[in-house]
Design a protein around this ligand. Structure first.
Ligand SMILES: [Zn+2]
Length: 464
């Protein structure tokens, strides 16, 4: 995720057998890409021609084509939702030729299933993320019911694949969006503590950030994976905090609990720094790393808290966990950035290193307490915040940073459109008190024991 950028490259010929209905998008997109923000030069064109057919990154229009082709090949298992549009210089409010597409797999309409997303190409020059997202979606559809891990996911959870979140950046081979903003610094959580520059003029200033946020609030994901490249690790919440103590250096948004000047974030999130949910994330991160190292024959793929690697303020992962309670794993697939110049064979290598790890991580979606929130009439209550709290006096957290004791451990989630909620917690971490609160102040509460397994916990709201 370190700073990196290079000149825009014009893409090659786009024309191939496109799916019906794509013609207008593709025609418009060709027009825009050929007159993109930073433009292409004659030298770029020569560079592209020299590289011949060896590009491992598909042109943006080929990605769109591949998304529609998947839905066309598996009409009963996949459909395409346009969740928004990326910005361009000509269309700052959304360019019709730069749709942000989500592949929704079978089960995504069933609100009783936990929802997960896989997001690629937030940084436009990390195109390998789009490839991995597309390949995994296809593998899952092709394996339905065959007894493999991939085949078992459909019907067990709601899966959304968003191969390209930053379509302008992808097309231009740029890290940033059209306005020069790093989308993974633009989200509102701890945004103000980030270094000035590519984080944008205000939190959530970018169209692509808002599209991603709106989709997450609509889908109420219980797990998210964002795919990056440029390094070789999986990073866990949080990005803006370290687990180890250290001095606030006052320059780069470097904060940790208890430091002088620690920002006055909400107490519930402050408490969640010590949540046993972190133990779940660390277990999943370790399992992921072991799987990749085993498949790739390496020992260097690591699992780390984001902030222990380096501090990032305004990341998507922190926003998702802090605001919606959804854990977000950031996977750095490979040390390379420039996928337009990598050998095609490398694509398959990266895919095979991560496939099992990604499928297993997706398969963990919904681990924890889940249930449903109902109104007094018995109808489902959507958008209720369900908070699980426990008072612990022993150091049951695995965090390196000691928690103040006793500490109120907290984890939460919002109910979806049908009232279902999923709070990420490890088994064996109870007992918990659950409290549901609707936006109009109706409350419900009950005690539960996470040790008893993920039994459905129904909460019935009543007016105070
Ligand atoms: Zn990145």
């Amino acid at each position: 995720m370190a700073f990196h950028r290079h000149a825009a490259r014009p893409r090659g010929a786009f024309a191939r057998g496109f799916a019906p209905g794509l013609a207008s998008i593709l025609a418009a997109a060709t027009l825009v890409l050929s007159s993109s923000c930073s433009g292409g030069s004659a030298a770029d064109a020569a560079d592209a021609a020299d590289a011949g057919d060896g590009f491992a990154a598909r042109p943006l229009l080929d990605v769109y084509e591949a998304v529609y082709a998947l839905a066309s090949d598996y009409p009963s298992l996949a459909r395409v939702d346009t969740i928004g549009f990326g910005a361009s210089a000509s269309y700052p409010d959304g360019d019709p030729s730069l749709p942000i597409l989500a592949l929704r797999l079978a089960g995504s309409d069933d609100a009783s299933l936990p929802a997960a997303q896989l997001v690629g190409a937030m940084h436009g020059d990390e195109q390998i993320g789009a490839e991995v997202a597309l390949a995994l979606a296809r593998a899952i559809c092709a394996s339905r019911g065959d007894g493999t891990v991939a085949g078992s996911l459909l019907g067990k959870m709601s899966l959304s694949f968003i191969p390209v979140v930053n379509p302008w950046g992808y097309g231009a081979d740029e890290r940033y969006d059209c306005g020069g903003v790093d989308l993974n610094r633009n989200f509102s959580w701890a945004w103000s503590y980030g270094a000035a520059g590519a984080k944008g003029t205000s939190a959530m200033s970018e169209l692509e950030s808002r599209v991603l946020a709106d989709d997450a609030e609509f889908m109420r994901y219980a797990l998210s994976i964002t795919l990056h490249s440029g390094s070789y690790c999986i990073s866990l919440p949080w990005d803006y905090l370290k687990t180890s103590s250290g001095a606030y250096d006052g320059t780069d948004g470097y904060y940790y609990p208890g430091a002088t000047g620690y920002p006055d974030f909400s107490s519930s999130v402050y408490a969640s720094e010590y949540s046993p949910a972190q133990a779940l994330f660390e277990a999943e991160g370790s399992a992921y790393a072991n799987s990749v190292n085993g498949a790739a024959g390496t020992s260097s793929f690591s699992s780390t808290q984001g902030g222990d690697w380096y501090i990032v303020c305004g990341s998507y992962a922190d926003w998702l966990y802090a605001e919606l309670g959804c854990p977000c794993y950031t996977v750095e697939l490979d040390g390379r950035y420039d996928w337009t110049s990598q050998a095609l064979s490398l694509r398959a290598k990266v895919l095979s290193a991560h496939e099992t790890a990604l499928l297993n991580l997706l398969g963990s979606t919904g681990t924890g307490i889940h249930g449903r929130v109902l109104g007094e009439s018995g109808s489902p209550a959507s958008d209720a915040k369900v908070t699980a709290t426990a008072i612990a006096t022993a150091a049951s957290s695995s965090r390196a940073l000691a928690a103040p004791e006793p500490v109120e451990y907290t984890a939460f989630a919002y109910s979806n459109g049908e009232g279902y909620y999923f709070i990420a917690l490890p088994t064996g971490s109870g007992p918990w008190t659950l409290v549901a609160a609707s936006s109009d102040g109706e409350l419900a509460s009950k005690g539960t024991d996470a040790d008893a397994g993920p039994a459905s916990q129904v909460l019935v709201l009543s007016a105070r």
